[in-house]
Design a protein around this ligand. Sequence first.
Ligand code: FES
Length: 179
Amino acid sequence: MNKKENIEPRTPEKHEQTRRAFLKMGTGAVASFAGLIFAVPFLDSLISQSMRVKIGKFVKVGPVLFLPDGVPEKMFFDERDEDAYIDEVERRDVWVVKNGDDVTAFSPVCPHLGCRYNWNAEDQHFVCPCHGSVFAKDGKVLHGPAPRGLDKFPTKVSNGFLSVKWERFKLGVSKRELV
Ligand code: FES
């Protein structure tokens, strides 16, 4: 059989069908590409955020050289979330206790249910106003219902400046675990 006999002539209907199929494929590809453009940074920000919570990083808090020994001091600092899709700055605070070269930074969050506790200079204890938990200056729990002592952040002191790694801990459990 002659090859040329197999080739069907292109009718206007056939031409229109081919054109529509081509346009349909092109539109689908463009839509998928646009979806990817928007989805990738969004997914990236979600992944980065969860990684950040787990990994954390050291952030400069302030000078500790002249803090009096054994007197808890609340220090504030700003943590900039540089990896976030939207630039964010979070105001943080820590309770810092210095004893010579040893500097401890406690999370300001009560390990019972997450209230903010305070230092009572008269009694020389940390006291949580929500359910009355009491903690010693070294963070040990003296009275519940808090199931464990105060949570400590990893610290670094360089040239008299304290840096801490901000972390979140599970509340209401006796074993200290990162969230
Ligand atoms: S939240 Fe602190 S004692 Fe309950």
